[in-house]
Design a protein around this ligand. Structure first.
Ligand SMILES: [Zn+2]
Length: 152
């Protein structure tokens, strides 16, 4: 009986600490990931960033540093939980595109100017008027957000 209570307290504390906003974000390489990186929640409710080490190597250190900051932005801005609770079933696209812009802005404010500059070039040159998936803004839109938030 007493053991069960202790276990319940332990589990409650574990969930509390792992879900608090200040908890450390774990970065996990997933070679099969179809994208460079994704902010997510792990099996114990802990914030994680999954990334594809091959794509990271391919895009180089500046662009990967930008994407890393972008995923940290998704966690810092609480996008993952917000998406669970505030999802508008009639207009998901706009919401998701807005989250991407917010995370880009967060990244632009938290990386060195050389990284922001490389990201602006990357989005303008490799994507331009196109979007890589339905929930991403166009490359030009992302470049404009990064420019504005980095203070160019
Ligand atoms: Zn994103």
């Amino acid at each position: 009986m007493r053991k069960k209570v202790m276990l319940k307290i332990f589990l409650a504390l574990l969930i509390f600490y792992s879900s608090s906003a200040t908890s450390q974000i774990i970065e996990i390489p997933i070679p099969q990931l179809p994208d460079i990186a994704v902010a997510s929640i792990g099996p114990y409710g802990e914030p994680v960033i999954y990334y594809n080490p091959y794509i990271v190597q391919k895009v180089g250190p500046l662009i990967s540093q930008f994407f890393r900051a972008h995923e940290y932005g998704h966690h810092a801005l609480n996008h993952i939980r917000r998406e669970w609770f505030e999802g508008n079933p009639y207009n998901r696209t706009w919401l998701r595109q807005n989250y991407e812009k917010e995370a880009d802005c967060f990244a632009a404010r938290n990386v060195p100017p050389a990284v922001a500059g490389a990201a602006i070039q990357f989005f303008a040159l490799t994507q331009g008027p196109k979007r890589p998936s339905w929930y991403h803004p166009t490359g030009y839109e992302r470049a404009a957000v990064i420019k504005r938030c980095a203070g160019y």
